[in-house]
Design a protein around this ligand. Sequence first.
Ligand code: F6R
Length: 610
Amino acid sequence: MCGIVGAVAQRDVAEILINGLHRLEYRGYDSAGIAVVNNKKQLQRVRSLGKVQELENTLEKQPLLGGTGIAHTRWATHGEPSENNAHPHISGNFAVVHNGIIENYEILRHRLQEKGYIFSSQTDTEVIAHLIEWEMRSSETLLDAVKKVVPQLIGAYGMAVIDSNDPEHLIAARSGSPLVIGLGIGENFLASDQLALLSVTHRFIFLEEGDVADISRRQINIYNRNGEKVERLAHNANIEADVADKGQHRHFMQKEIFEQPTALINTMEGRLNHDSIIVESIGNGINEILKNVENIQIVACGTSYNAGMVARYWFENLAGISCNVEIASEFRYRQSVLRPNSLLITLSQSGETADTLAALRLAKEKGYMSTLAICNVAGSSLVRESDFAFMTRAGVEIGVASTKAFTTQLVTMLMLVTAMGKLNGHISVEKEKLIIKALQALPKDIENALGIDEQIKILSEDFAEKHHSLFLGRGEYYPIAMEAALKLKEISYIHAETYAAGELKHGPLALIDADMPVIVIAPTNDLLEKLKSNIEEVAARGGQLYVFTDRDANFKESENIKVITMPEVNNITAPIFYTIPMQLLSYHVALIKGTDVDQPRNLAKSVTVE
Ligand code: F6R
């Protein structure tokens, strides 16, 4: 949520900052701003409503020159998206950008108003700017002032501050919201995500919780939450600058959908032998834990939650291990009962989702036997704070609507289930071979599934005028239908609901009419006959059905049943495979509707606020 970029250099930094904001825009895009200190030690600020491009357009007419600056792309929490509420916020000589939420901002605002500060925005961030101005009155340096401000703030945040009187320094503080320092030669940078800085450096220092950093051109000093000076290791990023380019694709989402065969190959690399799973590849020393696990609790949000819901079927069906799945924002505020020998699994693309992180911290307090993060971002908070991390290796995902992160999560979970079933004796050697064979065939299967793109494009025209839709599935296909509905609503703004098909007659059948397309995921499996009866119930009431199935299932087209026949695939991995036509459907419907596919309204990637 929101993106921060900062720089201290000898050259003009506005272009670097704007370039960085473009790369972070997927995190928030309702307004943007930049502040740079010029060579007369004056703070110059430009802000604009809307996307970073608007800011860039304004800067073309009104260029900012100077070597020290900060910039921000916003996803509104306190105060509507507007130029006034856009960051940076200024008080005196100080400019501040901030990600996250200051929970006690009302009390602080009140106190500052009593001291005579006048607020020009509705944001929580502005209190930080005024607090710094206030504390600076009794401090020698900006660093000292920021160190005094930090303990006064309650909430999860990352911030960057500059002082026009002292442009040699950029001060950063991290508490719950990631920040990374980019190391240059005679210049240094700051960002909320290394992606923003790949055009200027590949060397990074990740700040840890509670860290305050004093960044200047030639020196970086970091202090931990106790105020002690600490060394943090620098890492080389192994991602390329062009990951943030769309290539020949029209949207990042399309690029990421089509990257899935490669992403899945990466996910499995070094984790599978010819016909067995390499258990040790999940984590050093995890065997002992996995052997003793009796219960699994999965916590996640959004798409990652849907992946967890699919995995629940696998944990119980294949590995015989009881598994609960809960939305992180519910889990963290509920008195749940800890079952014996429970492993907590968090699922998250970003590894920074505030609710999932809070759920992990709570689970650690409660005494779960161990915690395992299934995550796409190495070095993320979730990975660092969990006992084990099994990385999904999807590669950078920029489209706000998650696609390759979901399918790689599913493959990672299926490998984990196989390992656990193997260790507890539920999965025989023969069964393990079957699963491995299915997994190894999956990248090719997905490539075949992508071949139906043109057919889906034509089909999507049926949806363009619709306002509502219903997705149905049974068994593992129920959560796959949930994910399909989430994708459609998020990028096409068509209301999409999901039901386990067996629930239809308990209420939702009342919704069925010719204007409600009903999408059913219906491959051949044990539940097919039951699902066919559910489909009949809809057809008999005049509903328009779209059935995604295979040849063996033997569906007949009729006036109100369209059949989309998918290639044959292994039953075990079929839920992953059937995700593909659903992603393509939502993508093409959104294209027809002309929505902003990569940055749908009101959303942001990586939800680092509660
Ligand atoms: C939907 C989507 C979101 C995320 C959710 C959790 O396409 O991307 O629902 O899945 O915000 O994010 P992570 O996985 O980063 O914890």
